[in-house]
Design a binder for this molecule. Sequence first.
Ligand code: AMP
Length: 424
Amino acid sequence: MGKSHFQSPRGTRDIVSPESDYIKFLVDTFAEHLSTAAYGQIVSPIFEDVGVFQRIGENTEIVSKEMFDFYDKDVKDPQHLALRPELTASICRAFAQHRPITPWKVWYSGPQFRYEKPQAGRYRQFLQVGAEVLGTSDPGADIEIISLAWAFFQRIGLRNTQLLINSLGDPESRNRYNDELAKYLDDRKQELSEQSIVTLKTNPLRVLDSKREKDQEVIDEAPVMESFLNEESAQHFKEVKDGLEVLGVPFKISPRLVRGLDYYTRTTFEFISPSLDTAQNAIGGGGRYDGLVEALGGPETEGIGFAVGIDRTLLACEAEKVVFDLDIGTDVFVVDTTGGREALLLSHELRQLAIKTDRSFGGRSMKGQMKAADRSGARYAIIIGTDELEENQVTLRDLRGEGQQTLVPRDMIGKNLLTILQEK
Ligand code: AMP
């Protein structure tokens, strides 16, 4: 076969079965999980006015460098749009637009787009699920959000997940810390990597995010946020930690966890899968963003949420050899050597009974159809030959074990199969 002229764009991929089945399972499990905590689904547009994302912070990399943006076709007044790089900003925009009753608890699932350098576990289109609570600053909401994310990883079978938490304080504490940190980093500038010197000018906090070896010593000795928290922020952080302890959710305090987005205040957290390659081992994260709704033109509204990277979660499941018990196979394969009309009718009938049914196309020989039946992984074959057709019967053949065969009246086969399959 020659190479196709077109390839999927860089950083994107075609996900097919069984990986797509696993992904569907993860998303369905997430939906079910969040519904047990009274979160409703929100489906918002995949693209928004670029300004929505710019409110995340002009210095945030996903905004300044990684946005897929474009203009619509309005000749007079083209709108500058962008594919969403994450969903929190869209949800805050939706909140500001519709002003729902608070607390507003929503979950989502969908693709996100970032113009990143593709590598294992890092794509330009990737799938996230997540949840947000808007309209309360109660530390209970922080605890609910973090424990829901934790319980999701547990529920799908991951056992080697670490939760890191930190507090960035309210804007006042954060600004004081930021100034102190900027001074400290500036003093030790010579020891930093070139990239971090550039980052330092625009966003000192982000220097703490650097994974470059050269920066590590300076980062390790940097002042920590916790000692800059004012009383209110420190109390909030304490209540979050106490709540997680009460629930038995294990966590580690990571004093330099700042995360990529500029809008975070107070609680921030990240879920790490040590089973994954170190550079891409974050499988989820989130935090508080009191102030984002306001920045989007809404009323003063607190919010907290998390996002889980489904592609990476699946990689972690593979690394931990999590087995998904999914019912995705074919139940029965219809083999028709009388011309195809019988296969057409019977497949239609069985599918209406929710029996997973497949068949061949193209008038293949008995041998060819039996081969296809074996390859399909189906548990049973139903064979309709001229003799069976004349007698108004079908042959039911067990494709595993001894290959037992029985003759079944044509009008009983659906009912019989249902009974047999329910017993399995
Ligand atoms: P963030 O919105 O950056 O906090 O990301 C939340 C989660 O989404 C991360 O923990 C990753 O699991 C996942 N994620 C972020 N960026 C990518 C990407 N480029 N490719 C795949 N997964 C990603």
